[in-house]
Design a binder for this molecule. Sequence first.
Ligand SMILES: C[C@H](O)[C@H](O)[C@@H](O)C(=O)CO
Ligand SMILES: [Mn+2]
Length: 425
Amino acid sequence: MSENISRAYELAKERYAEIDVDVDKALQILKTIPISVHCWQGDDVAGFERDDGALGNGLAVTGNYPGRARTAEELRNDLELAYSLIPGKHRLNLHAFYGEFHGSIDRDEIGIEHFQSWMDWSASHRISLDFNPSYFSHTKAVDGFTLAHQDAGIRQFWIDHGIACRKIAAAMGEAQGNPCINNFWVPDGFKDTPASRKAPRERLADSLDKIFAEEISRELTLDAIECKLFGIGSESYVVGSHEFYLGYAISRNKMLCMDAGHFHPTEVISDKISSVLMYVPELLLHVSRGVRWDSDHVVTFNDELQAIMHEIVRGDYLSRVHIGLDFFDASINRVAAWAIGTRNTVKALLVALLEPTQKLQALEKEGNYTARLALMEEHKSMPWSAIWDYYCQACDVPVGAKWLETVGQYERNVLSLRSQESVTH
Ligand SMILES: C[C@H](O)[C@H](O)[C@@H](O)C(=O)CO
Ligand SMILES: [Mn+2]
């Protein structure tokens, strides 16, 4: 343990004690909050179904930084390195098309057997899994529709995929002893103005009802549904809009997923959390960063990230909000992308936990908005970075930018040796 870091921590702790903040308690809480790290940053959302791994149907990745994971084993190795750079114990969010299929298995045929290696890895590393059906990058999604498709046969195919994914998620939940969150994002929508906004929404609700018809214990899996305002190829109309899924989640008692990039650029999800949680039991967040649009940039330590974490803590929602990540950048080292985005997310959560929230809320109740603003601003320059360094050190992960050296070494020894050609899965 570096003496400087410990001394800085003790001094910072005294400063926080002066404003009635218990630093040890904040760190104890922080340790218990997992971030669901998304597998798809590691391979540019290619998955392991086919050798070409061409991404499509509403999603796009830009950049050609060398070293993308080409197999599940490479992805697991990269993830292990990323987790070793992030303080705390976190989860892994797996997409259905990251199964190990060893042959041609279509999406409606997938089963838990295709995820056995992931589950073995999860058990041996004590990293719990979350899951997602994959409704894109598929020949039956090329015209932009899946669960809301006009063709009943295509709808049925995707309904069967959803049912298969719920079974897989339940088996993962059972194996790991805690619920596997299964998040449904469906790209369906129109590039141009629809003549009927109603019909696809009726079909989507009907398909989802069929998928969710079987009751599965909430101790095994929790269904989440992710809304979106617009997408690539669905600029004019997305079937699963915010209003659609909010209504669906409330009426079916489901978890809503809000992605930070899925709203109008002037809207923020930090403002929506307390409204939505009045009516839905739990919330899943896809912490992302849109730059002008849903561009899925790596999460930075910006105002909205901090506002999201403040909202979760101020509203006492830690047990009802599940924090997942969703970004994919192929223009930088992918392990670094995970480390930057996840470290920032944990850091923002720490800052929120170190806030004298009770004091601020008491001032607000008294109507003392001057002191409320003054203290909020002073809090921004409190010595939270000393607490963060101490936490990293206590968790045995690199302090400051030291993690970059480890990533650099891995890039030289492993990532740079990966050819850009695809490998057979
Ligand atoms: C790959 C993810 O499922 C996807 O990013 C989804 O969550 C989304 O946000 C689509 O815009
Ligand atoms: Mn998302």
